[in-house]
Each structure stands twice: as structure tokens, then as C-alpha cells.
Design a protein around this ligand. Structure first.
Ligand SMILES: Cc1cc2nc3c(=O)[nH]c(=O)nc-3n(C[C@H](O)[C@H](O)[C@H](O)COP(=O)(O)OP(=O)(O)OC[C@H]3O[C@@H](n4cnc5c(N)ncnc54)[C@H](O)[C@@H]3O)c2cc1C
Length: 407
């Protein structure tokens, strides 16, 4: 006997959005468990996410966006510079507007905690969804179903297991799926600042020798800074007192937005890249960071994960509609074919971008700056890049097009 139809390991953003999406599409009869040691509790996370237009459409379609809208800042454009830390002036080498179809913003900046709270609120009371406070440690599958075991000795019998348990994914290991990994010698520092002048909705990416320094506009005169540095230097910066940290931040931020003050905590993430060799196994699928971890240079990790959620949900719902089980191999194989290339290509592209721009070499800088200048003069290429970053190119899942999924 199965206790559940689907067990989702991990109640982070992808796990909760998947639960919401499947519960809504499959109806009250579907029994879905979300297993996470923190339940659906809000995470203290100082990051802000650059959400693509496609991710925004997905959240809108499943009824979550209205709870986020007041704190979501649309991004009207992005300006890119490339200079040494000591350069007095940072000329804008590439500048583009992010609007996609009919002026819809191609990107939104949303605080991670706001996003998590909004999604958790819509999942907590959903009929058919059970939140299980536990650490999933084991997985065994047979022809009739799968059993997930937890660290406290509990177990759960289900038809399908979806691992949304992040980059170290214990369920991925339990399913015997290997990964390719490498560490960047860099740390991602995140904090929020308040500034004197309005940002006008424009994001700025300063390519600096330590790594990209992104200024992402938030509501009000605030911006979230996602700042990549060589790891030793990052530890030094994170340990500074507020005045020292603000001074280091001001040197990189530039003067365009006037005087700065710190408006949130700071935290650092070691940066690494990994890619799972398989996306599925019998009665099992990987989603989000459990599939791949990408460099935050383009702010796409969560967007890729939400694209997984949309594609997997569509494959499962289409399978169930024609009378197949939620775990049927046809649906899972379609999901793996759909998502395999996107994840691998993105991980490689963001790694290459990071390697190209995180170097203090004058010759290399002049070559790459010439490249940025060429892109800046090609409106067609800029439009294509904007469409790609907005998650609206290729074989786009229905939810990312703003269409509902139903049986
Ligand atoms: C500095 C930085 C900035 C970023 N900025 C952006 C951005 O602007 N835009 C963007 O799209 N992406 C961004 N990302 C990437 C983004 O943070 C991730 O891609 C996203 O959080 C992955 O979500 P997830 O749900 O797959 O995994 P996670 O958020 O890692 O969630 C995993 C969940 O699984 C649970 N879990 C772990 N182990 C177990 C277990 N054994 N049993 C049960 N549950 C378990 C955890 O408690 C957690 O709740 C950034 C990343 C970094 C480091």
C-alpha cells in the first residue's frame, strides 16, 4: 500500500513550488508529501533572486505572485561595465532593456525570504499535501512503489520520489546518481544597501578582477548586491566591521546612486558547479540544485530549477491524463530529454563567462570589452539574449508561458 502518490524530498523553493503545482493540477485526490527537516518554515536568507519573466508567469499561474507583487521590483534594463578596481571611471560597455513581449519586464528582483514565505503559505493549507518534518536518508524502489526512509527511523511508501533537496542531495546519492563537480576559488557575498538616489529599475553588473559585482534594484531606494570575490579576500571582507565593509562596498559600487548605507545582513556562499549525470531513475526524478549548481553570475540557478518544476509537472500531468501512473517511465523519460541539455549548457556557459571576466589582464580586458561593444551595437542579438534570460526561448513549458496545467 502507498501512503502517498508523490514524495518530494526538500521543502526549499523548488520543492514547495512543485508541491503547489502538482496539487493544483492533479486535484484533491492526489496525496503529496514534502519532506524537509525545516518543514515549510521561512528561511533566514539575505539573498535576493533575479526571477525571469518565465518564472514570474509560473508563480502567477499557480496563485503565488499576488503575495509577492508588492515587494517585487521590475528590472527595466541592465548596464555592464568592465574595469580595474582602481579605475576612476567605469564606462558602460553594454546596455540593454529587459522588456519582452508587449513591454512585460524580462526580470524581477525579489527577496528570497519573501518568496519562500509566499510559497509556503499557499502550500501549508493545501488539501492533499502533507509536510513531513524529517531528514530523508534512504531510498528503495521496486515494481510497486518506492520507500523513503528518514533519519529518525520513519518511512514513507510512495509511487514517485522527486529530489528537490539541494546541491548535496542525499536522495540523489541514495538513488546512485553520480555528479561532475568543480569548485570555483570564489565566494558569493550578498547584502542589501539603501542609497540616496533612485535606481530607476536599472540593474548594474560591474565586471571586476575579483569577479562580477551585481547591483540588483529592490523596491524603494534599495539594492541587493551579489558580489563575487576570491575566497580569501571574501573572508577578510565578511569579517570587517560595518564601516570597513561599507567602505569596501563603496569602492566597487560607484557613485551613480549617491551615498550608501547598509540595509541588511551580509553572508557568503562558497561557489561551486556540479551536474548530475542522470536526471531520472525508476520512480525517481531530480529537480533544481539537485540536478545542477551554476555560478550566480547570471542569476539563473533558481530560474533553471523552476523550469524543471514546470517541465516535470507537465510530463506527469500529461501522463496521468492518458491513464498512466505518476511514476510512469514514459513521462519521466520525456522530462529527462527535455531538461538535460538546458542545465548542462547553462552550467558550462556561466562557468566560461566567469572565467573570462574574473581576470585582471589588460590585453584580455581590451578583447572582451571590444566584444561587449559589438554586442551593444547589435539590437537583434541583444533581443535574443534578453529572451533567453527571460526563460522564454526554446521548448518552453506551459506554466512558463502562463498557461494552467489541468487533467
Ligand atoms: C550567492 C547566490 C546568489 C544567487 N542568486 C540567484 C538569482 O539571482 N537568481 C536565481 O535564479 N538563482 C540564484 N541563485 C541560485 C539559487 O539560490 C538556487 O538555485 C536555488 O535556491 C535552488 O533551490 P532548490 O529548491 O533546488 O534547493 P535549496 O534551496 O538548496 O533547497 C533544498 C531544500 O532541501 C532540504 N534538504 C536538504 N537535505 C535534505 C534531506 N536529507 N531530507 C529532506 N530535505 C532536505 C533543505 O532543508 C532545503 O530546504 C543564487 C545562488 C547563490 C549561492
Amino acid at each position: 500500500m502507498r501512503d502517498h502518490d508523490i514524495a518530494i524530498g526538500g521543502g526549499g523553493l523548488t520543492g514547495l513550488v512543485l508541491a503547489r503545482t502538482l496539487a493544483t493540477a492533479l486535484g484533491d485526490g492526489a496525496r503529496i508529501a514534502v519532506i524537509d527537516p525545516d518543514g515549510a518554515g521561512v528561511r533566514a536568507d539575505p539573498r535576493c533572486y533575479a526571477l525571469s519573466a518565465g518564472s514570474k508567469r509560473l508563480l502567477d499561474t499557480i496563485g503565488v505572485w499576488s503575495a509577492i507583487a508588492a515587494e517585487a521590483q521590475p528590472v527595466s534594463g541592465i548596464d555592464i561595465t568592465d574595469s580595474a578596481l582602481t579605475d576612476a571611471i567605469r564606462p558602460i560597455l553594454l546596455s540593454y532593456d529587459t522588456a519582452v513581449d508587449d513591454g512585460e519586464p524580462g526580470m524581477w528582483i525579489v527577496p528570497a525570504a519573501v518568496l519562500h514565505r509566499a510559497i509556503a503559505d499557499t502550500v501549508t493549507d493545501l488539501r492533499g499535501v502533507t509536510l513531513v518534518n524529517a531528514v530523508a536518508v534512504g531510498l528503495a524502489s521496486d515494481t510497486a512503489g518506492s520507500t523513503v526512509t528518514s533519519a529518525d527511523g520513519g518511512s514513507l511508501r510512495t509511487g514517485l520520489v522527486v529530489a528537490c533537496d539541494g546541491r548535496n542531495s542525499p536522495l540523489r546519492d541514495a538513488a546512485g546518481i553520480k555528479t561532475v563537480n568543480w569548485r570555483y576559488p570564489q565566494t558569493g557575498i550578498v547584502t542589501t544597501v539603501r542609497h540616496e538616489r533612485p535606481h530607476g529599475g536599472r540593474a548594474i553588473q560591474h565586471f571586476l578582477p575579483g569577479g562580477p559585482f551585481a547591483i540588483l534594484p529592490l523596491t524603494g531606494n534599495r539594492s541587493c548586491v551579489t558580489w563575487t570575490e576570491e575566497e580569501g579576500e571574501a573572508q577578510r571582507l565578511l569579517a570587517l566591521d560595518d564601516a570597513g565593509f561599507l567602505g569596501a562596498l563603496e569602492r566597487r559600487f560607484g557613485h551613480r546612486l549617491g551615498t550608501l548605507e547598509l540595509a541588511g545582513p551580509r553572508a557568503g556562499w562558497p561557489l561551486a558547479m556540479h551536474l548530475a549525470r542522470e536526471l531520472i531513475a525508476p520512480r525517481f526524478a531530480l529537480v533544481g540544485d539537485a540536478v545542477r549548481g551554476v555560478h550566480p553570475i547570471a542569476g539563473q540557478g533558481l530560474n533553471l530549477g523552476l523550469r524543471d518544476v514546470a517541465a516535470l509537472s507537465e510530463c506527469i500531468v500529461d501522463a496521468v491524463r492518458v491513464g498512466l501512473d505518476v511514476s510512469d517511465a514514459t513521462g519521466l523519460e520525456r522530462y529527462a530529454r527535455w531538461r538535460r541539455f538546458d542545465g548542462a549548457a547553462s552550467a558550462a556557459a556561466f562557468s566560461a563567462l566567469n572565467a573570462l571576466f574574473s581576470q585582471d589582464n589588460a590585453l584580455l580586458r581590451s578583447v572582451r570589452d571590444a566584444g561587449l561593444g559589438v554586442v551593444d551595437r547589435l539590437p537583434g542579438l541583444k533581443r535574443a539574449l534578453v529572451g533567453e534570460a527571460a526563460g522564454l526561448t526554446g521548448d518552453v513549458p506551459r506554466l512558463l508561458r502562463g498557461e494552467t496545467l489541468t487533467l
